[in-house]
Design a protein. Structure first.
Length: 324
């Protein structure tokens, strides 16, 4: 059984004042308690499988509409569709495990009772997301997992290895969860299997609260940071963004379907060409709209859309408004 051990040194803060100190944070905690759901009870696991075997709309397959796609048999198209879903869900299920671990550390390191209470709910939420995605993979995709991408490992090694709560929160609640929300929204809107759509819808209900934690907790620490600390936060935001935005090409899915290295290179060229023409079909349309817009808005709200950060976002292909 493969496992990954990450060494970290964290300081546990024990609070003695349990009165309400941060009302907004306490009400986020109240919402979390009110909106709990149960993956065993609330997901319609008996939903019939689509008769054509697809899980996502074909438009979400990178090569949809290309000459390579046109030459493929119906059976291969279905198989590629399912493998790409398995690849994306694998990335997400590792992300949920990483989030579960990071939030359990946050319960320890964060100061303030309201913050600790809220993080305790996020631990449960992330465990449920880990559980529900795994159940979907078992239920519909025969338990098919792909290995954790290198970029994702690097990102979570940093999140889990750093002792400071705001570094964890910048990477998790600000960057990784903005990415995850865009991904789940896209999969919700483009699910061919209604069961997958429902799993994504349920996860999304929780994710907006998690992003809320970052929005409530980060502005204060950013405002009070020294210049050196702010620079570190800016650099770390850009590093986390770079990790989530690059390297997410499901090469293994193509390989497993018997694509040769030359054919995979053709797929990647096709993908790049379409991206350069800026009509990267559905994936770009949905994903760019949600991920880029909310990332820029959130960075502006917490005070990190600085002159140092703006050009680096632009270099990552994130469109910026003219003024900060
Ligand atoms: Fe999650
Ligand atoms: Fe989350």
């Amino acid at each position: 059984m493969e496992r990954r051990t990450i060494t970290s040194e964290i300081s546990t803060v024990f609070e003695f004042d349990y009165s309400v100190q941060a009302e907004d944070m306490r009400s986020l905690y109240e919402k979390a308690k009110r909106d709990q759901w149960n993956a065993s009870r609330d997901i319609p696991w008996d939903t019939p499988e689509p008769s054509d075997g697809r899980t996502l709309a074909d438009e979400l397959v990178d090569i949809h509409g290309s000459p390579i796609w046109d030459k493929m048999s119906e059976a291969d198209r279905v198989e590629l569709n399912r493998r790409i879903t398995a690849w994306r869900l694998s990335v997400l299920v590792y992300g949920e495990q990483g989030a579960l671990l990071a939030c359990s550390q946050l319960v320890d390191v964060v100061t303030g009772t309201d913050e600790k209470f809220f993080q305790a709910t996020q631990v449960v939420d992330e465990a449920r997301h880990n559980e529900v995605l795994e159940r979907y993979i078992q239920h519909r995709l025969g338990g098919l997992h792909y290995p954790m991408p290198e970029n994702e490992k690097v990102l979570f090694d940093v999140i889990l290895g750093d002792s400071r709560w705001y570094i964890k929160t910048i990477a998790l609640q600000l960057v990784a969860e903005t990415f995850a929300v865009a991904m789940f929204k896209m999969m919700h809107e483009c699910a061919h299997d209604p069961l997958l759509g429902e799993v994504c819808r349920r996860i999304l209900q929780d994710e907006s609260r998690h992003m809320g934690f970052g929005m409530l907790s980060l502005p204060g620490v950013i405002k009070e940071a020294s210049d050196a600390e702010r620079r570190e936060m800016e650099d770390f935001t850009c590093l986390a963004l770079e990790k989530v935005l690059s390297g997410f090409f499901p090469i293994d899915a193509y390989r497993d379907l018997g694509f040769s290295p030359a054919q995979i290179a053709e797929v990647q060229t096709y993908r790049r060409d379409v991206a350069a023409r800026n009509d990267y079909a559905v994936f770009r349309k949905y994903f760019k709209r949600d991920m880029h817009t909310s990332m820029v808005q959130n960075l502006a709200r917490i005070g990190l859309l600085t002159e140092r950060v703006r050009p680096r976002l632009a270099a990552l292909g994130i469109q910026l408004p003219d003024v900060a």
